[in-house]
Design a protein around this ligand. Sequence first.
Ligand code: URP
Ligand code: ZN
Ligand code: ZN
Ligand code: ZN
Length: 479
Amino acid sequence: MTFDLVIRGGTIVTASDVTKADLGIRDGRIAAIAEHIADGERVIDATGRLVLPGGIDAHCHLDQPQAPGLASKGAKMADGFRSGSISAAFGGTTTIVPFCVQHRGTSLTAAVDDYHRRAEGQSVTDYAFHLIVSDPTPAVLGQELPALIRRGHTSLKVYMTYDAMQLSDRQILDVFETAREEKAVMLIHAENHEMIGWLADRLEKQGRTKPVAHATSRPLAVEREATHRAVTLAEIAGVPLVIVHVSGGDPLEEIRRARARGHVVIAETCPQYLLLTEADLEMPDMLGAKAMCSPPPRDTAAQAALWQGIEDGTIDIFNSDHAPYCFDQDGKLKAGPAASFRAIANGIPGLETRLPILFSEGVVKGRIDLPRFVALTATNNAKLYGLHPQKGTIAVGADADLAIWDPEKRVTITNDILHHNVDYTPFEGLEIQGWPETMVSRGEVIVENRELKAAPGRGRFLTQKTSSAWKTREINAWI
Ligand code: URP
Ligand code: ZN
Ligand code: ZN
Ligand code: ZN
């Protein structure tokens, strides 16, 4: 039987190996990996190229309805599943996991049904979604959540800050309890809400309302305290915990200490924390709003601490936290052209630049090797979020989700080469080396020669299995 697609002569990289081999693909899956495979219906010559598992971006926000009554006055996300997944695909990613948010006073199940409708017919890549629990009523904890987890939404996020989403410690313990009973994995946004509120009030009273005040109102200590509390809550409830978007050394230290005590705590960081600093928020004319995310970018010491965490295995996953707000009056500046930092929507875009940035800054600069790159950007996300071995690796039987990289290609990142609907990139002008050229999803070429080859809607919803974080009580054994 011939193959539908043969990828010939490439260097295949997984989280554990680098080998030269051909790949044979049939019915959307990898059917053979061998030194030489005879021609199939179609052959792609990958000589001089790297063949990687398609990236998994397990932290992105797409078409997420904003909670009513926020200071940023309903700033609208510029990307939904269509442009978001297209942008992801051009950047080397074949699976996205955005967030389905429950707003207070509404049913979580209704939010999930609504989010399925938003995705329907749109995505070019496969997708799953995490659930954000912002109203853990007895019905949500006792009936809705257990049913949704059993339906394949096995990862849940809670927030320790943002007025509309923040849970008390007691509510967090309640959600953790249901997660433990149903073996869901918990994600947490760890910043101390009271401290941020107090600092922000004080800054406003002093008339300090420019974007840089956003960073001043959320110092690293705010994140360190919340991280300490989050891992302690997880210890008490007995659940594995993912600390998302870690921005510097202090919270990492809290994570290391929790792990040393024997708890399964997984750390994520994002490109903005490796490349941006608070100085980016000091740009004139509100331009600093382009670098406003929470936690905020810090300083070069924080960047060095994060690289250390990536190298020593404290940080195991690397995602974009793509939050697609335009700089214009529909997005960041919805509350006005000189809005206070408190009324500017948080988050920056990055689905398409995530992998090229880590490849260039990490692999090309010799900080990490190729298998570690694959582990951080694909395999660990797949294991952690119950998608492995269907996703996140190159193995016989796995979905043929592949990124064929030109490791030499030099690119200057500018917003006009990107495919998101956001009107800026915070990485404008960054020169990098290495770019994903050809993208394959379930055996179908979806990007080739800088062109989209796939129809929106071809992407499938993925039901998540139980996280590998539940399969062990041993630190690091989950990967
Ligand atoms: O500033 C950020 N990160 N916005 C997106 C929402 C979140 O907190 O992850
Ligand atoms: Zn569902
Ligand atoms: Zn967050
Ligand atoms: Zn986020």
